[in-house]
Design a protein around this ligand. Structure first.
Ligand code: HEM
Length: 406
């Protein structure tokens, strides 16, 4: 089949509103659901819009997630340090295709069940309350990103991985710097290297004494399956840390922003806390923070889809916000409606790589939004929303700083 799309547009497109995807996406989708785009690296890739094609391509066994493949549609040219870090996590789940992916995903499934996380809820509540206590005790305005959004996922993941109490401070410091987009690049890289060294040490400790925590149990499970590999477990620990941190942190900040910017919806949440689980789904859909990287793939064979042929070796991006704002699936998709019940959204991706941590993320977000507005009902932005510095480099969308007061 011949390629029917001849347009070649620069991608990603700029945002005009902090809470919406770039307005150019809707025009592109109306023109053609599959378009050739030029990435900031100068390479070309296919952009896939709409729910139907997104599902089709992300379920296709002829696409790969291998981030080291030269055709993978990275949005930035990788520095040697970034490439080294990526190679480490690429070998653990997120960069694996079947059959290896299937084997390793199966090893993890039991660790990510709703029941497992239900038991963690009181501890998450304690963590969130601790952060809010500190906010209330300090001066105003407070940067919500530093006070709540970054520490919550970092403290939760250290609990989950089984970081020892005496190492909490070191671990917390390293994660906060490594994931703080405002920190100097060399400091962030340094903190990332320290985290990698720390994960190595932690895995060694769990090898000697496998405690009843996620890493300890995984050491036992991998050994029993005859698949044990120290380096793989270190990569996995890093992956869980990286995949769960910036995502959840950005959802906390942007979700709070979206609620503050929609007072009628926030009032609904305040008067009826039972809306919170539905509200979390709608915020995930509406904000689609892992818009691009969550659907980036490379074609392993020629693939015909939507009237075009994606050639073997070409990169493609199934846009998550494109599907999450598809009017054929969501009525008035640009409206944030906390009562929508948007369970069909693809904010956690689609297909075999769909987010394994989604139950944990949902729980953290439910606890945060439920607690924050109950304990600080007068919470408001301390600067106009348009002045908030956005993190719009198209990997994980977020806000760098968010001064709030009450
Ligand atoms: C709101 C928070 C989160 C969002 C929006 C999110 C989003 C995503 C998306 C879109 C994917 C699919 C990537 C792809 O198909 O290429 C993914 C995969 C993944 N996520 Fe999340 N995530 C979140 C939180 C978490 C948490 C808390 C963890 C773990 C602690 C986690 C661990 C992972 C892992 C390990 C994968 C790879 C799964 C695989 O390749 O089989 N995520 N996430």
């Amino acid at each position: 089949m011949d390629d029917v799309t001849t347009t070649q547009v620069a991608f990603p497109m700029p945002r005009t509103c902090p809470l919406d995807p770039p307005s150019g996406y809707a025009e592109l989708a109306a023109d053609s659901p599959i378009t050739r785009v030029t990435l900031p690296t100068g390479k070309s890739a296919w952009l896939i819009m709409g729910h139907t094609y997104l599902r089709e391509i992300l379920m296709d066994p002829r696409v790969s997630v291998n981030r080291i493949d030269p055709g993978y549609p990275h949005l930035v040219s990788l520095t040697p340090e970034a490439l080294a870090m990526m190679s480490k996590v690429n070998d653990s789940l997120v960069g694996l295709d079947p059959p290896q992916h299937t084997v390793h995903r199966r090893m993890l499934m039991n660790e990510f069940t709703v029941n497992r996380f239900r038991a963690l809820r009181p501890r998450i509540e304690e963590i969130v309350n601790g952060c809010i206590d500190a906010m209330l005790a300090g001066d105003r305005p407070v940067d919500l990103v530093a006070a709540l959004s970054l520490p919550v996922p970092s403290l939760v993941i250290s609990e989950l991985l089984g970081v020892r109490a005496e190492d909490h401070e070191l671990f917390q410091q390293c994660t906060l710097t490594a994931f703080n987009r405002k920190a100097l690049l060399e400091d962030r890289i340094g903190a990332g290297v320290n985290l990698l060294m720390y994960c190595d040490k932690l895995v060694t400790e769990k090898e000697e004494q496998p405690d009843d925590d996620m890493l300890g149990r995984l050491v036992v499970k991998y050994r029993e399956a005859g698949l044990y590999d120290h380096s793989h477990l270190v990569g996995l620990a890093m992956l869980l840390l990286m995949a769960g941190h910036e995502t959840t942190a950005n959802m906390i900040s942007l979700g709070t922003l979206a609620l503050l910017e929609h007072p009628d919806q926030l009032a609904l949440l305040k008067t009826d806390p039972s809306v919170t689980p539905k509200a979390v789904e709608e915020l995930l859909r509406y904000l689609s923070i892992v818009d691009i990287s969550g659907g980036s793939r490379v074609a392993l064979e020629d693939i015909e889809i939507g009237g075009v042929t994606i050639r073997r070796g070409e990169g493609l991006i199934a846009l998550l916000s494109g599907a999450n704002r598809d009017p054929s699936l969501f009525d008035q998709p640009d409206v944030m409606n906390l009562e929508r019940g948007a369970r069909q959204h693809v904010a956690f991706g689609y297909g075999i790589h769909q987010c394994i941590g989604q139950n944990l993320a949902r729980l953290e977000l439910e606890v945060v939004f439920g607690t924050l507005f109950r304990r600080i009902p007068e919470l408001r932005l301390a600067v106009p929303a348009q002045e908030l510095p956005l993190k719009d480099d198209a990997s994980i969308y977020g806000v760098l700083e968010m001064p709030v007061t009450w």
